[in-house]
Design a protein around this ligand. Structure first.
Ligand SMILES: Cc1cc2nc3c(=O)[nH]c(=O)nc-3n(C[C@H](O)[C@H](O)[C@H](O)COP(=O)(O)OP(=O)(O)OC[C@H]3O[C@@H](n4cnc5c(N)ncnc54)[C@H](O)[C@@H]3O)c2cc1C
Ligand SMILES: *[C@@H]1O[C@H](CO)[C@@H](O)[C@H](O)[C@H]1NC(C)=O
Ligand SMILES: *[C@@H]1O[C@H](CO)[C@@H](O)[C@H](O)[C@H]1NC(C)=O
Ligand SMILES: *[C@@H]1O[C@H](CO)[C@@H](O)[C@H](O)[C@H]1NC(C)=O
Length: 603
């Protein structure tokens, strides 16, 4: 009877709030049934967070004939992509590249073969289709540092407009903030929140931290998580920039098409080879090729095409067109999970998701626990309080309102037995403590010249021990939080993190936490910087501040691989910003010609 009343009320509410039909993702089928032409003005490789944006924006100029090549299929091949709470289940599916790192010595000691699992989206929309949907831009200090290092035009004041162009704010209290805007393709919302949401903020306040908009003036403080979700449906770049775009006959999208080589003649990129349904095709490019394959695939394709470190390419017998540090400078945030049970039934667990009422609410009204990523709050914190307001924070915390029930990170069985929660009805929360500016630098190199073979991924976590110290510092901040009255009332404590695999060390000592970090810390999935942007004379730079590959004409890179350093926090929105800015630079007529003189980079 109560349930029936809830349903009736929800139905009435949905009529008041909006049309149910409107909430479904739409599919424009015309674009991808086309026969391809043999040449295009622009060829974009990879329809991910950045690539989908580049292709959509370039095709807004009707005279541009644009081809978008994507290795994966359509996002509607897996309906779970659209359902926010199901994001962890998208790993190890057809829509995931399913990368594994090389065996590590300083990290991943609790994972099978010491290999980290690195999922990446392989689908129209790329990793924006499988990620955890936290909307984060990074710190203004990140971008000002880029500019100071020679990336002219990338200071925060220059790039803010691209964040705004991409955004559709759906948070009442931020609607009139100068840092947010309405009407862009990617919706930014709080979505459904559990009762824990305000409790996290209250605990932060108890320790004196401000409650803030981490995408506003300064990241520092505690915030409700902003999410890329529109009316309960994941707001991916595939759906919002390509799927919902008006039909344009000047944009062709070729799915299941793996680019295998960029053809370079006399230092100019002139076409792309790709494999589709077992057949190899070649398509010519009249103006520019934009590589947006992401931080693992973009360096792989560049190296396969003869752009990379000379010694490495020569060893594999690949003729060198440009000797550049491609694949070097790999950066990623490290993440350690801490968990606690709580004494109130207010988190999300398998029992809650099995509840037919919750399923009904999502199916018909796109509300309830299925409509959230499960993340409720995020904090950006300094280890040294005197640095507040002068630079980016050291630590990001993400408060996920659930325990960990499934082994999505390749843990050894005996380790998983201790880390995972086996009771589907247990209540608790998990905090992810993450670095924002890691010092350990890894690499991507080719395993072979076979484009179907995964490259070697060496994240090299904790080869610089300062990253370990930073994470221990972050754990110490969480230890303070757990002592607040707010958390004590909930029965929160650290006991669930006392693991036998580190029992040689005293529980909660520095050495204990370092042992746990070396065993079970993972990636925050923010691989970046493998085709670093920099001034042309910078020996680490692969692309210049117009994203042009140095020494090659007609070729740019636009994705998270160009970040000179990884940004503070999640990287989807920064990658989308790169896509917006790349398209804008191209449309404003900066030619792909690397040699062109006298061009000023600003604007
Ligand atoms: C599990 C997970 C959770 C995450 N959570 C968040 C989060 O909550 N918030 C956040 O901001 N970020 C998050 N991220 C990170 C974020 O999503 C990525 O940093 C971002 O999407 C990267 O964008 P990109 O454009 O660089 O690459 P991608 O989005 O990966 O796009 C690359 C595209 O190129 C295609 N491609 C690659 N090679 C080829 C080729 N040779 N030929 C044709 N196509 C090719 C790929 O299939 C893919 O579609 C998460 C990532 C993961 C994996
Ligand atoms: C990258 O980070 C390093 C180390 O903090 C810093 O010295 C450098 O200036 C940064 N470079 C850019 C381009 O942000
Ligand atoms: C942690 O676990 C060890 C055994 O592995 C035990 O001796 C110790 O008392 C535990 N500490 C706490 C605080 O629970
Ligand atoms: C504890 O230390 C001993 C002696 O160094 C070692 O043999 C053992 O494997 C260690 N145990 C764990 C769980 O690491």
């Amino acid at each position: 009877m109560v349930i029936l009343m809830k349903i009736v009320m929800a139905f009435i509410a949905s009529i008041l709030i909006g049309n149910v039909e409107n909430r479904r993702p739409t599919r424009n089928s015309k674009m991808w049934n086309t026969n391809l032409d043999d040449n295009y003005d622009y060829i974009v490789v990879g329809a991910g967070s950045a690539g989908a944006v580049v292709a959509a924006r370039l095709s807004e100029d009707r005279k541009n004939r644009v081809l978008l090549l994507e290795a994966g299929g359509h996002y509607d091949e897996n309906e779970d992509i659209h359902v926010p709470i199901l994001w962890p289940t998208l790993m190890n599916t057809r829509q995931d590249w399913q990368y594994y790192t090389e065996p590590q010595t300083h990290s991943f000691q609790g994972l099978n073969d010491n290999r980290g699992f690195f999922p990446r989206g392989k689908v129209l929309g790329g990793t924006s289709c499988i990620n955890a949907m936290q909307y984060t831009r990074g710190s203004p200090f990140d971008y000002d540092e880029w500019e100071a290092a020679g990336c002219y035009g990338w200071g925060y004041n220059d790039i803010l407009k691209y964040f705004l162009r991409a955004e559709n704010i759906d948070i009442d209290e931020l609607r009139y903030s100068p840092y947010h805007s309405k009407g862009g393709p990617i919706t930014n919302t709080y979505s459904y929140r559990t009762e824990l949401s305000d409790i996290y903020l209250k605990a932060g306040q108890e320790l004196g931290y401000p409650i803030t908009d981490y995408n506003g003036e300064d990241q520092q403080g505690f915030s409700t998580i902003q999410k890329t979700i529109r009316n309960g449906v994941r707001s991916s770049t595939g759906l919002e920039y390509i799927g919902r775009a008006k039909y344009k006959d000047n944009l062709h999208v070729s799915l299941n098409s793996l680019a295998t080589k960029i053809e370079i003649v006399h230092k100019r990129a002139v076409g792309v080879y790709f494999i589709k349904d077992g057949m190899t095709y070649y398509v010519k490019c009249n103006k520019e090729i934009i590589l947006s394959g992401g931080s693992i695939n973009s360096p792989q394709l560049l190296m396969l095409s003869g752009i990379g470190p000379r010694d490495h390419l020569t060893q594999l017998g690949i003729p060198v067109h440009a000797d550049l540090p491609v694949g070097q400078n790999f950066q990623d945030h490290q993440l350690i999970l801490l968990k606690t049970k709580i004494n109130k039934p207010i988190s999300i667990n398998p029992g809650v998701l099995g509840d037919t009422f919750n399923q009904f609410m999502y199916r018909y009204f796109k509300t309830g626990p299925y409509s959230t990523s499960g993340g409720d709050a995020s904090a950006f914190l300094h280890l040294d309080q005197s640095k507040v307001g002068t630079t980016y924070p050291d630590i990001q915390m993400i408060f996920q309102s659930s325990l960990i029930h499934a082994n999505g990170i390749n843990m050894k069985q005996e380790i998983a037995d201790e880390v995972l929660e086996s009771d589907p009805n247990a209540h608790g929360f998990t905090v992810a403590v993450c670095t924002t500016h890691p010092r350990s630098i890894g690499s991507i190199t080719l395993r072979s010249t076979d484009p179907l073979e995964h490259p070697k991924i060496d994240p090299a976590f904790y080869t610089d021990e300062r990253d370990l110290d930073t994470l221990v510092g972050g754990i110490r901040l969480f230890e303070q939080l757990i002592e607040t009255n707010t958390f004590k009332e909930l029965g929160a404590n650290l006991d669930g993190n006392n693991y036998s695999f580190c029992s040689n060390y005293t529980f909660r000592s520095d050495d204990y936490w370092k042992c746990v970090i070396r065993h079970i810390s993972i990636t925050e999935y923010h691989h970046s910087s493998t085709c670093k942007m920099g001034a042309r004379h910078n020996p680490m730079a692969v692309v210049d501040p117009q994203l042009r590959v140095i020494g090659i004409n007609g070729l740019r890179v636009a994705d998270a691989s160009i970040f000179p350093n990884v940004t503070s926090g999640n990287t989807n929105i920064p990658a989308i910003m790169v896509g917006e800015k790349a398209a804008d630079m191209i449309r404003k007529g900066t030619r792909g010609s690397f040699r062109r003189k006298g061009y000023r980079s600003r604007g």
